[in-house]
Unconditional design. Structure first.
Length: 181
């Protein structure tokens, strides 16, 4: 099983360094992305734009937006994706390793870790469609907006699952550690 490799690789030291790099990327990029999104005048909230499934709606948003300023935000988002991908992968693997080798929780944790990376990849594909739409914000094909929303939906589902797993299993791990001490 490919996931079994995660029981030893990457090393815990590398995972902890990855966590630090991930948090640095996220906290460094988020304010800049928000600044350019706000400066551009993009009128929609994150969920209403990402999950619109509507070319018409996206075109109406872009009609109110300074496209050149807005284009900076989804471009910088790639750094954010790397950051949260590192955080989700590293924390999931570190938590999973606290459980008995080959246990269901450990195996599930390694799958969850991979799901965090897949979520970031879906985000990257989603942003490709945003950047494509921005090349012709008035006349892009409507299926670009639909495809963008499909990848955004997959991303959000995976993110929610991974975050819930990290919180629940991480807390359970802490409780078990306290009981054993």
């Amino acid at each position: 099983m490919i996931f079994k490799k995660f029981s030893q690789w990457p090393t815990s030291k590398i995972l902890k360094i990855s966590l630090i790099i991930g948090f640095a990327l996220c906290f460094g990029v988020i304010p800049v992305m928000q600044y350019f999104t706000q400066l551009s005048g993009f009128p929609a909230e994150i969920f209403s734009s990402q999950l619109s499934f509507s070319g018409e709606l996206m075109k109406s948003y872009y009609a109110l937006t300074d496209i050149e300023l807005y284009r900076i935000a989804p471009s910088l988002d790639y750094f954010f994706m790397v950051g949260y991908g590192l955080i989700l992968f590293s924390s999931s693997v570190l938590i999973a390793r606290r459980y008995r080798a080959s246990s269901m929780i450990q195996k599930g944790g390694f799958i969850i870790a991979t799901s965090g990376v897949i979520a970031a990849c879906c985000d990257a594909i989603e942003n490709i469609f945003i950047l494509l739409m921005l090349t012709d914000p008035v006349d892009f094909p409507d299926y670009w907006a639909i495809t963008h929303s499909v990848f955004a939906l997959i991303k959000w589902i995976l993110l929610i699952i991974v975050i819930i797993w990290i919180l629940l299993i991480g807390i359970l791990s802490l409780i078990n550690r306290k009981k054993s001490n």
